[in-house]
Design a binder for this molecule. Structure first.
Ligand SMILES: [Zn+2]
Length: 413
């Protein structure tokens, strides 16, 4: 089973950062030259497999292992492109460039699995090979490799695959993505028997109830504020465009930044939640099937919010990925009525929802999204669920989701 460790890479000096940038930039340059040649050949109806001659140009900067590795990944991208073309009658695009004319090259590279070393410890270090020209320029000795600090700890242990190094120009962060082959024994196995249900929403991003009676909810307040702010910035930039133009480098960048921040918050949320549920002994997670229900019970604004902020399909895919890591099953269940059914008496025609609060003629009053997740869970398990403790609210601070301490306000904030 293949898994990926991702960690931050931190050059310890300006010189080291200079070397790292050169390594990534030269790799992207090699990738783009190969890609350009192959695209020309492809569109001219020629074979793309006679495309060498770049080795000598790059080996002094990248070293031979990395020059070959980048070339091989490019080969593989084209092979997989041709395979897809054969297997599908849909239109498929040939492999593309790293970066574009307007924003420049993406800084990335691939390091062969046996060419790099990571030493985990108090000061974890990654060592990658560099070419002789870089060694001379930056005063490295003949057999020295570039050493950079890495942050975090590996989530997965196993045989290491080729390392993917990237630079994120929005976060201004270097990252390493390390695939590892995890052996059977180390695979996550289901440890519990509990079940959880998730209500995926707008103001509350996720509300969750477990069969043990725990309730969690993740506030959408901060992510929405950021999203709205970014959207306003995009609108401002658009208003300032010269006549006849409808986009610019800056606007593209703002869009990218907005989606990256959103993805960051959502991915962190899913991981935080799944880890928590795994610790709780949950082995199956149900989520509402939004199709057909969206819009029917939600206000237009909330609906729009949810759709924009949650790239929904992408989010469910990510949920499935994280759950697979933890050996948790994921299933969807119809969400019809769940957001307006009273958990006390089952009434669903005469309940009223005002903002976050659901009220019932029987006297029940509760947080609508939490109620929805509870009802979803009851429908999935055919068993009544009684929340056993106060719901825990989580808030996003741009880095992590944390439980709100001493949350006296409760869910009806
Ligand atoms: Zn009721």
């Amino acid at each position: 089973m293949r898994r990926t460790n991702t960690f931050e890479v931190v050059p310890q000096s300006e010189q080291d950062e200079g070397v790292l940038r050169r390594l990534l930039d030269a790799s992207a340059s090699l990738w783009n030259q190969l890609t350009y040649d192959r695209r020309q050949q492809f569109f001219a109806g020629d074979t793309v497999w006679y495309c060498d001659g770049y080795y000598d140009e790059y080996v002094d900067v990248l070293g031979s292992a990395t020059t070959q590795q980048v070339t091989r990944v490019n080969d593989a991208a084209w092979r997989s492109f041709f395979e897809t073309v054969e297997e599908t009658d849909q239109k498929v695009s040939p492999p593309g460039y790293w970066g574009n004319q307007a924003d420049g090259r993406d800084l990335r590279t691939y390091i062969r699995n046996d060419a790099y070393t990571i030493n985990w410890g108090e000061c974890s270090r990654l060592e990658v090979p560099i070419g002789s020209q870089l060694k001379d320029e930056y005063g490295f000795s003949q057999f020295e490799r570039l050493q950079v600090a890495v942050g975090g700890a590996p989530h997965w242990q196993g045989e290491q695959g080729r390392l993917h190094l990237t630079y994120d120009d929005v976060d201004e962060t270097y990252r390493a993505h390390q695939p590892v082959t995890v052996t059977e024994v180390e695979q996550a196995t289901p440890t519990g028997t509990d079940i959880a249900a998730l209500d995926i929403g707008a103001n509350v991003l996720v509300a969750c109830t477990t069969s043990a009676g725990n309730q969690y909810w993740y506030s959408g307040q901060e992510p929405f504020r950021q999203f709205r702010e970014a959207t306003e910035r995009i609108a401002d930039a658009k208003a300032k465009l010269p006549e006849g133009r409808n986009t610019s480098k800056r606007i593209q960048r703002l869009y990218r930044k907005r989606s990256r921040r959103r993805d960051h918050a959502v991915n962190a949320l899913l991981r935080d939640l799944v880890e928590r549920l795994h610790d709780d002994g949950v082995e199956t997670i149900y989520h509402g099937d939004l199709t057909g229900v969206l819009g029917e019970y939600w206000s237009v604004e909330a609906n729009l919010k949810a759709r924009t902020l949650w790239a929904h399909r992408q989010c469910l895919d990510q949920l499935a990925n994280v759950c697979e890591e933890y050996g948790i099953e994921v299933a969807s269940i119809s969400e019809a009525w769940t957001s307006q059914t009273c958990p006390e008496c089952g009434e669903r025609e005469r309940t009223r929802r005002h903002r976050e609060t659901l009220t019932c003629p029987c006297g029940f009053e509760g947080h609508a999204d939490l109620v929805a997740s509870q009802t979803l869970l009851e429908q999935a398990t055919n068993t009544a669920v009684r929340p056993t403790a106060r719901p825990v609210r989580f808030q996003w601070d741009d880095h992590q989701w944390s439980p709100v301490e001493g949350d006296a306000v409760g869910p009806n904030e």
